[in-house]
Design a protein around this ligand. Structure first.
Ligand SMILES: [Zn+2]
Length: 94
């Protein structure tokens, strides 16, 4: 591969990385924590705090089966964490 082509490729990769980081930064300003969940301004449902902390992914907490006949609870479909408290709705939107 020629040097110019290599540099061009590197520049494109950096540009993509910058865009990705900018998108994450914008989210950090919008996301806040309440108890074990994180919320986003203007969004009613809470997100998994573990996925946000570890991976900076916003994964909605949903009603999923807890297994072993325990019925359904609020859980993260991505990391399978359960959040035992009842409400999973944005406290700023009450
Ligand atoms: Zn999760």
């Amino acid at each position: 591969m020629g040097k110019n082509l290599e540099l061009h490729k590197t520049a494109e990769e950096l540009e993509a990385r910058v865009k990705e980081l900018e998108a994450k930064l914008a989210l950090v300003g919008e996301v806040f924590r309440d108890g074990d969940l994180v919320y986003r301004e203007g969004e009613l449902r809470g997100y998994c705090s573990r996925c946000w902390d570890v991976e900076h992914k916003l994964v909605h907490v949903v009603a999923i089966d807890r297994g072993r006949g325990q019925g359904r609870g609020n859980g993260c479909p991505e990391c399978k964490n359960f959040f035992w408290h009842g409400h999973a709705t944005n406290p700023r939107m009450k």
